[in-house]
Design a protein around this ligand. Structure first.
Ligand SMILES: *Cc1c(COP(=O)(O)O)cnc(C)c1O
Length: 361
């Protein structure tokens, strides 16, 4: 190893050197059913109006650091209780980082496993320990195990994705409440897939000082904007606000999100179509003999293969022009699992057609 590498090695924290980078596969030319994006474009006249509105953007100026107009529109659009605070993030990924950055040295972070990989990835990157508690076989929360881990590890933050990614199910409300009661630290309910499940803890947030409800506009159809938000008691959001970088929401995102919130009916209608397509896709997947399908309340479906290898089916689909997500060896998931995002009707049909010719029936 050269001298400079030794130097870098001595500067970078050990846990970062041991981490693997978050890998995003190349998707050019493929039907993209891997990243829970909304597949629908905006209606033409909405697009024209948007571009016209964008002409008032001033890229030479810094954005409004508190994004006042955006926050007003957001509160209205998502019915945020007025007594609660809102913190904006460059995607909710950034909010996970922001919340964890505010914790004491040596704090522990807890989440069920499998769940969203960023909870562990970001905890590790900040030198915090991560404790995963395996889900039950049916992907419900193992409440007794979670409560005993709370007692043992006293996590400063617990993340609960509602619906969960990658399993696509909604956890039971009473289970979430039991964990909320038992927690000494913060509980973040991550509602990234709320547009497809319609269930929320937002209206309960005033009742719990330790509860943060996190949302993103990514899955609703604005993934390119990078905008997430977290709602909670002001005593808590005021602290987070201190370490939010002042210009984390850029000029174009502020204008575009404010515009989109006024046209939220368009995005909600698209989400409703995605839910209809999900039901059709669940039905078609269930009819394939070589596939076991798990229930979904999100815009993606987890399934496992009865006698094929996930790796080879993934590759064969890719060869056929369809990119989905291979789950790899995730503890707590059945082996040979794949995850597909619900696309347009023709994308889903293509996926089913290709999959049924690949999988052993
Ligand atoms: C996609 C996803 C996010 C991240 O959303 P961004 O706002 O795009 O960063 C957060 N949580 C869960 C559970 C997700 O699946």
């Amino acid at each position: 190893m050269s001298k400079i590498n030794k130097k870098i090695e001595s500067l970078i924290r050990r846990e970062i050197q041991e981490m693997a980078a978050y890998h995003v596969p190349e998707a050019t030319g493929l039907v993209k059913l891997d990243a829970m994006e909304n597949p629908f474009a905006w209606p033409e006249e909405m697009k024209v109006e948007w571009l016209q509105m964008l002409s008032k953007a001033e890229p030479n100026r810094y954005p409004d650091p508190s994004a006042k107009e955006l926050v007003l529109g957001l509160r209205d659009c998502f019915d945020v209780p007025s007594e609660l605070g809102v913190v904006l993030g460059n995607g909710s990924d950034e909010l996970i980082q922001l919340i964890l950055m505010a914790m004491n040295d040596g704090a522990a972070v807890m989440a069920p496993t499998p769940s969203f990989v960023m909870y562990r990835h970001i905890a590790n990157s900040l030198g915090l320990s991560f404790v995963g508690v395996p889900l039950n076989k049916d992907f419900s929360l193992n409440v007794p195990a979670m409560i005993s881990t709370i007692k043992q590890n006293d996590p400063a933050v617990i993340f609960l994705a509602y619906p969960n990614n990658p399993t696509a199910n909604l956890f039971d409300d009473d289970d979430l409440l039991a964990i909320l009661e038992a927690a000494n630290g913060l509980v973040v309910i991550d509602e990234a897939y709320q547009p497809f499940a319609q269930k929320t803890f937002l209206n309960r947030a005033p009742d719990f000082e330790k509860l943060l409800v996190m949302r993103t506009v990514s899955k609703l159809g604005l993934a390119g904007l990078r905008l997430g938000f977290v709602v909670g008691h002001k005593s808590l959001t005021d602290q987070l606000e201190k370490i939010r970088l002042p210009y984390n929401i850029n000029v174009f995102t502020q204008l575009t999100a404010t515009f989109a919130f006024k046209q939220i009916d368009v995005l909600n209608a698209q989400a409703a179509v995605i839910c209809e397509q999900r039901e059709l896709l669940l039905e078609k997947l269930s009819s394939l003999l070589g596939v076991e399908v798990f229930p979904s309340e999100a815009n993606f479906i987890l399934f496992s293969l009865v006698s094929d290898s996930a790796e080879s089916v993934f590759e064969a689909l890719k060869q056929a022009g369809v990119l989905i997500k291979k789950m790899g060896d995730v503890p707590g998931l059945p082996s040979e699992c794949l995850r597909v995002t619900v696309g347009t009707s023709s994308e889903n049909d293509l996926f089913i057609e290709k999959l049924s010719s690949i999988v052993k029936q």
